[in-house]
Design a protein around this ligand. Sequence first.
Ligand code: PNS
Length: 163
Amino acid sequence: MTVAVYPGSFDPVTLGHFDIIERSSAIMDKVIVAVLNNNSKTPLFSVEERVKMLVDVTRHFPNVEVRSFGGLLVDFVQECHAGVIVRGLRAVTDFEYELQMAQTNHVIAPEVDTVFLTTNLKYSYLSSSIVKEIAMYGGDISAFVHPLVAERIRAKLTGTDPQ
Ligand code: PNS
């Protein structure tokens, strides 16, 4: 059984992330989407909110699970008994950082390999930061995120968030 971990900040999950989740769930037996709980960054959404949004948009995939993690990614991968890390590659600009991470992780944990999926061309320009910036200035983000996520961003930015 091939278990893969798809890690990231997901602040928030975009349609680009969703595309990687959908495609990796079709080729892996199980995909664990792993949300980084990183205290040194100031995210728009708490880790619990990010996990909840991911659970809501992926609930129709029976082999996708969403969890949060702190510390080293490879430790979490081993805790999950997974052997694969999935990452999306948008453009050549992602490559250097991704290669460095994949090689470092492989040195720390040689039994763990990283698999890259090239992002769908439709989303090759997309990032969570861009989505947040557009939303902050009142722009339309419906082409970039799931409607449920768009609603949570709007609620967060207008202070009408019930959470
Ligand atoms: O979506 P992001 O922010 O590009 O994801 C980066 C992430 C979470 C994959 C990376 O920061 C990470 O793995 N952090 C955990 C700490 C760790 O293991 N660092 C060493 C990686 S070489």
